[in-house]
Ligand binder design. Structure first.
Ligand code: GLA
Length: 673
């Protein structure tokens, strides 16, 4: 009989469970609780596995039982004084690299009951066995060990609560500190009359193919026309797609017109033919946060279809970006990923999931959308597929042949090529690809992805990046989204038309890094915060969810034109943080019409002390007051609520609003003479 390791461990844990229950009353195992309420900085918490799904393992010792999580991780349990002891062995999982470091805390009713040292790779598990006597609320916290949360794979092994009396484990998980579950929709219903929503400015290089689609909401069919359309361009009056070529550096002002049986809308468009593209942050969809390596041609096509049929295209969403996993994968076992990496001329091949990239690109362009692709400056991409090292020029040519409009260029395996992480080494591969892209006659947005190394925001523009990731990967948790979003303080000095800070893609809707998807674990108010903050930050907006299965709440988040206009404002200023006190944050972004977009955020008192990682009392709606003087406004100003698209009145000196826990009120503030 074959006895696998798994069987052995299951048997072992069964024995432990039986033994402990007999000795000390009821043991409640952490891995048996509902872990969906555990907030985690990356991926999802795993029962009886590490956060990456491997057997739990600390300093070479394997554990059958426990929970794999990732800093920052917090979990609040309601013991009501029924707990006797908490027992566990904790540490950094062996799957982490030397960059990982974590610290564990047990906090009972606002008091630290126990804390570990800073746990790093190969440090043996620390054992904890503490009394829970009298504890009402128990917080399990893992922080990042003081050096950011890279590879912070933290394990609570053999973790259990020994209870004084029998309890229903389902009732132990506390709802306290959780924002509301109410999926309330604020975006008003669309009107029948048309409204033009595409950007007010558009940059193109002389001689390169021009593609701009007039985005207009309103009842279909809508008929389009353009006054003063520059010679060299043509408009399709039924789709609003403008194509052609402009050969000379110049600035044109055209008037876009959209009409239907219910009315008419006009908007000025400034076309700048010059060196700069991406004059407003790119908006679209990327395959990674939903499909990851499950992406294929069909999923990309149906996403493009859905961007159109759902009406998202009418609000300015434009790019359909294929992330990693379209290339040949060396050493793959899966038949459809095998093949010759490049042809005899060194031109890159696709794997069998993408039979004809040019056809796919034509399909996408035919809808007025644009196509994005992904590569790495190393020999392999992050997921281990063929990348561009020493083939940068061939790849740029190939992208141009295919009709690619956006390249995400992701550091990953280049880490093995660069001798060190000095600034010249960090810049080098991006400079090489920049110059390759400059040789092709196509406008390709250059998205530099290297997670913020070497303060990339300080030199991303000089290198010709159109945007650059400022952070590690985002996940659909409050810890991840809020830590990334609110940490963008100070980066505003480096953003502007054609060069944007990129705090990573959106995690609303059904996400999951494929093939299994789940609704975003961000609570509704957290999702309002996510979209409002990314709009204020003038961040690229790349939807990361399954577009073919999108609910009304998510649609309402992605189709509020007054919110999107904050992101797409032609001035291209990124919001600055005006104030931050007791978790109440105010951010303001100057807009081209001399008004300001202002976000009042109730972010909670995150992380000043371990105790403040939890909300021990009911989740508070707070009042946040913004002073006109903080915005450089003396005297009266008018206030408009952008999510509700409603004027709130004229105020003198200051304005105050209730803001829900982890939520936001997004305003447009205008001085009144
Ligand atoms: C990195 C990037 C992600 C995604 C994956 C693909 O992790 O940061 O956004 O592109 O690689 O492998």
């Amino acid at each position: 009989m074959e006895v696998t390791l798994k069987h052995f461990f299951s048997l072992l844990s069964l024995c432990i469970i039986i033994a402990t229950s007999n000795l000390t009353g009821q043991s409640v195992w952490l891995n048996e609780l509902n872990l969906s309420a555990m907030d985690i900085g990356w991926s999802t918490p795993k029962a009886n596995a590490s956060v990456d799904g491997n057997p739990l393992s600390i300093a070479g010792i394997k554990y059958a039982n426990g929970v794999g999580t990732h800093a920052t991780s917090r979990y609040l349990l309601q013991l009501d004084g029924k707990g006797d002891r908490f027992i566990a062995s904790v540490g950094l999982d062996d799957e982490a690299t030397i960059r990982g470091s974590v610290k564990f805390y047990l906090i009972g009713d606002k008091k630290i009951l126990w804390e570990s040292g800073v746990m790093k790779k190969n440090i043996p598990a620390e054992k904890v066995d503490i009394s829970l006597s009298g504890v009402q609320l128990l917080g399990l916290l893992v922080t990042d060990g003081g050096d950011g949360n890279n590879y912070d794979h933290a394990d609570w092994c053999d973790a259990r609560l020994v209870m004084k009396e029998p309890v229903n484990p389902a009732q132990l998980v506390s709802r306290r500190g959780q924002p509301s579950d109410d999926y309330y929709i604020l975006t008003p219903k669309q009107t029948d009359a048309p409204h033009i929503n595409s950007p007010k400015v558009f940059g193109v290089r002389p001689g390169n193919p021009f593609l701009y689609t007039i985005a207009a909401s309103g009842r279909k069919p809508v008929k389009f026309s353009v006054r003063n359309l520059p010679r060299g361009l043509r408009l399709d009056a039924s789709t609003g797609i403008i194509t052609g070529v402009l050969t000379k550096e110049s600035v044109y002002t055209s008037t876009l017109v959209a009409e239907n049986s219910a009315g008419k809308s006009e908007r000025e468009l400034r076309i700048t033919v010059g060196k700069t593209i991406a004059l407003t942050p790119p908006m679209g969809w990327n395959s990674w946060n939903c499909w990851a390596d499950a992406v294929d041609d069909n999923k990309v096509r149906v996403s493009a279809d859905a961007l159109v049929s759902s009406g998202l295209i009418d609000h300015g969403w434009t790019y359909i970006n294929i992330d990693d996993c379209w290339e040949i994968k060396p050493n793959a076992t899966e038949e459809h990923l095998k093949g010759t990496q490049r042809d005899e001329k060194g031109m890159i091949n696709t794997n069998k999931k993408f039979p004809d990239m040019k056809k796919l690109s034509d399909y996408i362009h035919g809808k007025g959308l644009k196509l994005g692709i992904y590569s790495s400056p190393g020999t392999l991409t992050c997921a281990g597929y063929t990348a561009s090292y020493q083939y940068e020029e061939q790849d740029a040519v190939r992208y141009a042949e295919w009709g690619v409009d956006y390249l995400k260029y992701d550091w990953c395996s280049y880490g093995k090529i660069a001798p060190d992480k000095s600034l010249p080494e960090l810049k080098k591969p991006y400079r090489v690809m920049r110059s390759a892209l400059d040789k092709v006659r196509r406008d390709i947005v250059f998205s530099m992805c290297q997670y913020g190394m070497g303060n990339v925001w300080e030199w991303g523009e000089e290198l010709g990046g159109n945007c650059w990731r400022t952070t590690d990967d985002i996940f659909d948790s409050w810890s991840s989204m809020a830590e990334i979003g609110f940490k963008q303080v100070g980066h505003e000095a480096y953003a502007g038309p054609g060069h944007w800070n990129d705090p990573d893609m959106l995690v609303v809707g059904r996400v999951g890094w494929g093939p299994e998807l789940h609704p975003s674990r961000l609570k509704p108010d957290e999702q309002y915060t996510h979209i409002s903050l990314w709009s204020l930050l003038a961040a690229p907006l790349l939807i990361g969810c399954d577009l073919t299965n999108i609910d009304d709440f998510t649609m309402s988040l992605l189709t509020n034109d007054e919110v999107i206009e904050v992101n797409q404002d032609p001035l291209g200023v990124q919001a600055r943080r005006v104030s931050n006190s007791g978790g109440k944050q105010i951010w303001a972004k100057m807009l081209s019409d001399s008004t300001q977009a202002v976000g009042l955020f109730n972010a909670g008192e995150e992380g000043k002390t371990p105790i403040e990682y939890f909300h021990w009392d009911d989740t508070p709606t707070v009042k946040i007051r913004v002073q006109g003087s903080d915005l450089g406004i003396n005297g009266k100003f008018s206030v408009r609520d952008l999510w509700r698209q409603k004027d709130l009145g004229v105020f003198n000196g200051s304005f105050e609003s209730d803001v829900p826990y982890h939520g936001v009120v997004l305003l447009k503030i205008k001085p009144v003479q």
